[in-house]
Design a protein around this ligand. Sequence first.
Ligand code: F6R
Length: 605
Amino acid sequence: MCGIIGYTGPAAVKNILLEGLAQLEYRGYDSAGIAIAKDDGSIYIEKQTGQVANLKAICDQADDDGHCGIGHTRWATHGGVTRPNTHPHQVGRVTLIHNGIIENYHEIIEKFDLKDQLVSETDTEVAAALLNHFYDGDPEEAIRKAVQELEGSFAFCILFEGFTDRIFCIRNVSPLVASSTPEGSLVASDITAVIKYSKQYFVVPEYHLMVLYQDHIDLFDENGVKAEPEILEVNWDVESAQKMGFPHYMLKEIHEQPEAIIKTITPRLKNGLPCFEGEGIDDEFFKNFTNINVVACGTAMYAGMVGKAIIEPIVKVPVSVNIASEFRYSTPLIDKHTLTIVVSQSGETIDTLAALRLAKSCGSRVLAIVNVKGSSIARESDYVLYTHAGPEIAVASTKAYSVQLSVFYLLACKCALVRGIFDETKGREFIDNLYKCIDAISGVLEHKEIIEKAVEHLKDAEHAYYIGRGLDYAFSMEGALKLKEVSYVHAEAYAAGELKHGTIALIEEGIPVVAFATQDAVYNKTISNIREVKARNAYVILITKEDAEIPEGVCDLHLTVPIKDDLFTGLPTVVILQLIAYYTSIARGLNVDKPRNLAKSVTVE
Ligand code: F6R
């Protein structure tokens, strides 16, 4: 939610900010703006609604004067998508950008009588006015005083009049990373905007005051004592965050799945069996819990649904899957015998982070499945299993989901081994099956034509239904979400047997129903449910295993996944669903990488 970039150094800052904003645009694209401290000490501010390209178009005419500046791409929360609401906000001698939400901004306006200074509807401008109120020539003092008043989440980058060669930063919850490089100092919401300049960076610790100078960065803890940052290194390069010849990031990331899965599972195998010793997790850990509590949001939560469908029947421990935004305000029935698994691509989703903290406070141990190294969720969890998907830039999650599933497979296998449910032979067979999924995904990617046929029917639809039983139901949830978010076709997932309890009333002639029947144990039951919608003239797109015998007239289009074992049909099936969503979006002429109203990395409640 919102992208932040700041630079001070020997180079002209304007293009560094604009390029950085383009890299961060997936975090929000309602409007964008920059503030540059000119060499004469004045501050040049430019902002524009819409995407960063709009801002760039007007900034191109401006000269390159200025070596210190801040930039912001907005995902609107407080106040509409207007130019006045666009960051940076300037009040008096303070110019700032902000990611997060100041929850008590109304109270602050009243308490400090700031109303007359405000021209926007944003909470951010109130923070700028508050800083200006406290600023008497000492930026650090002003920040410390202001932060004591603020409730909520924030990552601020601030320019103070009189100190226009440096950037002052502070954060609570909302992410901020920084890097000191020979070409200057950088701060950003995430590493994608920094990697062009350095692979080394650090996560700004919460409530630490950071000052970026041209040639170094100073960091001070809450007591004003100088702190040493913990330097991290990214294990991917600048090309990973580019399209590499694909028309869109989403398509590129769909194609990256085989490699991402290999990178995620291979380093965690020892003698062909899962081993998490590298992550500091010994076998004992997997023996002791009595139940599992998965908490996540959106696609990551749907990965958890698949995790439940894999782990429960094998390991025979109850798995509950919870929506983090609900869980965080609930009274969970968990304790030290519960293993909480939090799942997050970004590692910054605020609801998931809050859920993690609640689980810990109940005594539960927390294991995180996270993609972004050093992220808040990774840092606060007891144990972390990083997924190695590389940067996911398209707003719709694809490769992050499949690597999350792969980790659930590894966990299921590990638990079964340490609890004596699998012997080593069975364990190796399980891992072999997981590897077969990778080939199956490559097979799906090579035969996309049939998917385009499905799209022919979906592209003009207003509604679509995804149905399946068991594991198939778990995949269908993710399939429906993908279609909704990138193509704006209203799609719902239903347990196939549940349709007749209400939803079947919505089925009418031609309505697309994507039906999954990859599970032998419920195959005939699912086929009966499909017949029920077919009898009401739905257009049925059926997905089965290759060897399934399809009764006459049960579907209009038949797609298959080249997998034999029911437990492993998920990964290739999901790739089909992602491609269906992608091509439907393209056929409808939409911006598939940046669907409306969305942002990656949801750092607000
Ligand atoms: C959908 C999507 C979202 C995220 C959700 C959680 O394609 O990307 O539903 O899965 O916002 O985000 P993370 O995984 O970063 O916690």
